[in-house]
Design a binder for this molecule. Structure first.
Ligand SMILES: [Zn+2]
Length: 208
């Protein structure tokens, strides 16, 4: 029987090391010593990690996209947010306090709203629309104050009959852009639901 060598020279670092400095591989030992093997593995890892991530993402988009997994993903996302809420909001407040772009953006948004509020509009009726907004909904301008309709610039008015309630998701999806078909749909929905007293908000006609 061949006698096992008690030492081996590592071909990577060139140091003569005892058998215990190598990983066991059956009756023999690893090619490189332990630290050199680790360095080698870590050097290879990113190449394979990227490949596996692509495979995982493809699976998540197709076979892995079940209602149960989606619900679990949303729940975990919310839990992570709840844990980090304090940190996230503190960072937002810090940006708000230090970045002059934030207050500038608010200034111009307020100016845009003011510029599009006709002097004859009933301010109380406007405020009432905001006050009656259900929880979890946004007050949205049907014709955007400053947006695009079928890709062409449009400037809507800040008047009660141009307001509607949208969920946050719908509002963010709309993003100041609307098509004439969507506009017709929004006007129809509004006429069916909240609009019995629209007349009282309109500019008074000269006969009254
Ligand atoms: Zn080595």
């Amino acid at each position: 029987m061949k006698q096992k060598a008690s030492h081996k020279v590592c071909p990577t670092c060139g140091v003569d090391k005892p058998r215990g400095e190598y990983y066991k591989k059956g009756d023999t030992v690893s090619y490189r010593c332990k630290p050199c093997t680790l360095t080698d593995c870590k050097g290879r890892a990113p190449r394979y990690a990227g490949r596996y991530r692509e495979y995982q993402n493809a699976w998540r988009r197709t076979a892995g996209k079940t209602p149960e997994r989606e619900a679990r993903r949303k729940l975990l996302k919310k839990l992570r947010y709840d844990v980090r809420k304090g940190v996230i909001n503190a960072r937002r407040r810090e940006v708000w306090a230090t970045d002059p772009a934030c207050s500038a953006r608010l200034h111009y948004r307020r100016k845009d709203v003011k510029d599009r509020t006709p002097p004859w509009v009933d301010k109380k009726a406007l405020l009432a629309v905001y006050a009656a907004c259900p929880k979890g909904f946004h007050v949205d301008h049907i014709v955007p104050l400053k947006g695009l309709i079928d890709g062409r610039p449009v400037s809507g008015l800040h008047v009660p009959w141009n307001l509607q309630y949208l969920t946050a998701t719908e509002n963010h999806k709309k993003h100041c852009r609307i098509t004439s078909a969507q506009l017709a749909e929004a006007i129809k929905n509004r006429a069916n639901s909240v609009e019995p007293q629209t007349g009282q908000y309109r500019a008074e006609s000269p006969t009254n």
